[in-house]
Design a protein around this ligand. Structure first.
Ligand code: SAM
Length: 262
């Protein structure tokens, strides 16, 4: 594992901006209110934190949160962490280190080594979007314990993702799922936007990314499954990890922002 994926330096001819724009478009097909969700998360930081705060973008992909956060808060710093070498390369290729305000870490969040890579610091904020459902529930609970340690008292955790209704709320689960299906049909069947699979198939054609794509397959392919922890599990795990105020602050069916104050 390295702090700085070397890929971008060795593949200067890849059009990183192109892939980032396609990434954002593809993700917006699944989450039509994605930009509103990002900006709502950042609204919380503006209200609660000093101008020069330090944040972590957890499971950052190509730096989706980092780029928006550092643009909106010119005195803030951010550490962007992910395990996907391709997405990290895109993020690093477009954003670089944003004038020494952005540090990239390549690490598996199911293993504690990422904490050592971040260093002996406490941060003011940890943000994550559309990502933690990739982690098995025991790993998610463990990760929240670690976030309780790395965030300073008064610091904030924000998670924007599908945080599911519990199984006994059968009708609410049904409605949320149906809305999600309709949105995806509109995006991918009616408007013919590029979906996740098509995006990955397209980038697989980038000859210069062959080694990174192979490494990505090695890391993710054997174990990719989606997990569906309910909202209640997230809330309980965060309270258990020492967060004193935990609640949903924005919601479209089961797509929510969960805010937890350390
Ligand atoms: C759908 S993407 C979301 C990326 C970004 N947060 C966004 O909103 O565009 C999910 C991200 O979670 C990352 N991820 C999944 N499991 C991970 C793990 N064990 N460690 C680090 N990152 C992980 C993936 O590599 C991917 O970048």
């Amino acid at each position: 594992m390295t702090d700085n994926p070397s890929s971008t330096l060795s593949s200067p001819s890849v059009n990183w901006q192109h892939w980032l724009e396609r990434w954002d478009a593809q993700q917006t097909g699944y989450i039509p209110h994605r930009e509103e969700r990002f900006q709502t998360m950042l609204d919380v930081l503006e209200i609660l934190l000093p101008e020069n705060f330090a944040a972590i973008d957890l499971a950052c992909g190509p730096g989706a949160i980092s780029q928006r956060l550092l643009k909106r808060f010119p005195h803030a710093h951010c550490v962007a962490i992910d395990y996907d070498p391709v997405l990290l390369a895109i993020g690093q290729g477009v954003l670089g280190n944003m004038g020494d305000r952005l540090r990239w870490i390549e690490a598996d969040l199911t293993q504690d080594a990422w904490l050592k890579q971040v260093g002996e610091i406490q941060v003011d904020a940890v943000l994550t979007t559309t990502a933690l459902h990739w982690l098995p529930i025991d790993r998610l609970v463990h990760l929240y314990q670690k976030l309780g340690q790395i965030l300073r008292p008064g610091g904030v955790f924000l998670n924007g993702d599908h945080l599911y209704f519990p199984p006994h709320l059968v009708t609410l689960r049904h409605v949320a799922k149906a809305v999600q299906t309709q949105q995806e049909e509109q995006a991918f069947s009616v408007r013919h936007q590029e979906d996740w699979q098509q995006w990955w198939e397209a980038i697989e054609q980038e000859a210069e990314l062959k080694a990174l794509l192979a490494e990505r397959h090695r890391r993710f392919q054997p174990r990719f499954t989606e997990h569906e922890p309910t909202l209640v599990i997230h809330e309980a795990a965060l309270q258990e990890a020492g967060f004193r105020e935990v609640s949903t602050i924005w919601q479209r069916f089961d797509d929510r922002i969960l805010l937890a104050v350390r």
